[in-house]
Design a protein around this ligand. Sequence first.
Ligand code: SF4
Length: 315
Amino acid sequence: MPYGKKEDKKYREELQKKILRLKKQKNAVILAHNYQRDEIQDIADITGDSLQLARAATEVNADIIEFCGVRFMAESASILNPDKKVLLPVKEAGCPLADMITPEKLRSLKAQHPDAACVCYVNSSAEVKAESDVACTSSNAIEVVRSLPNKQIIFVPDENLGRYVQLQASEKEIILWRGFCATHIRLSEEEAARAKKEHPQAKFLAHPECRPEVLKLADEVCSTAGMFKYAKASEVDEFIIGTESGMLYRLEKENPGKKFFLPSEHLICANMKLTTLGWVAYSLENEVHEIMVGEDIRVRAKKSLDKMLEITYGK
Ligand code: SF4
């Protein structure tokens, strides 16, 4: 592993300086997902959820996008920006949820439901996006599903999010796929109930990838961007955060005086945590781990992403 594993304070500062220098030299921009390590969020130009980062990727003025997240996110950035070099710091950083549906399986599901429109969560491969009518994120899934004229909607790959969408958009018939996020699924009903008992004043915010029995206990079900908004606007001072642990860093930084608690010690996405300062510096310096999507797939996948952005932002 380049630069070794131990990133003590001095070493970390040196790496951060090096990355900022490289960024300037190479006219690069660093995008980081909310689940990234604290020190990665510190060097990012933009930190956000999948929707915010997908939108940012269409607006950045840079030659290189260093995408601190997992593969499907970097792929989306590349699909939207074919003229930019998109780098993923760690090439093995994937998403088990995205791998739970293949284009072949989706084609077969579509053949079984010819009248259904197909919505794919952005946590999917470029090939799956290319097979879908429109993409969505956890921020806009309900809005996207409701915008479609079809009554039947195939929703892949996250079953929990699809189930949640079905509850909110009862006029639709959602055809679910049995995919799940290996991180959010670990949060049990017992852990959520215990956290609520331990922090009776706290509002419990849960990500829709959590189990339905956990979502039933939530005061608010929202995406990570929704959690930032909710915490900022709320008059309450304590929150239980039902999503990946990386969220706490920015929540605490942006809301001094408010307290945030994780309901489980298992809310850590191993793939998101693969990205270290050492890998960011290495990838940027050597311009390696470029994410490229074949032109045919790219053009078709872009239609799904463009349609999502159009529904959400009207552009
Ligand atoms: Fe995939 Fe879940 Fe990790 Fe997000 S948190 S990258 S959905 S495994």
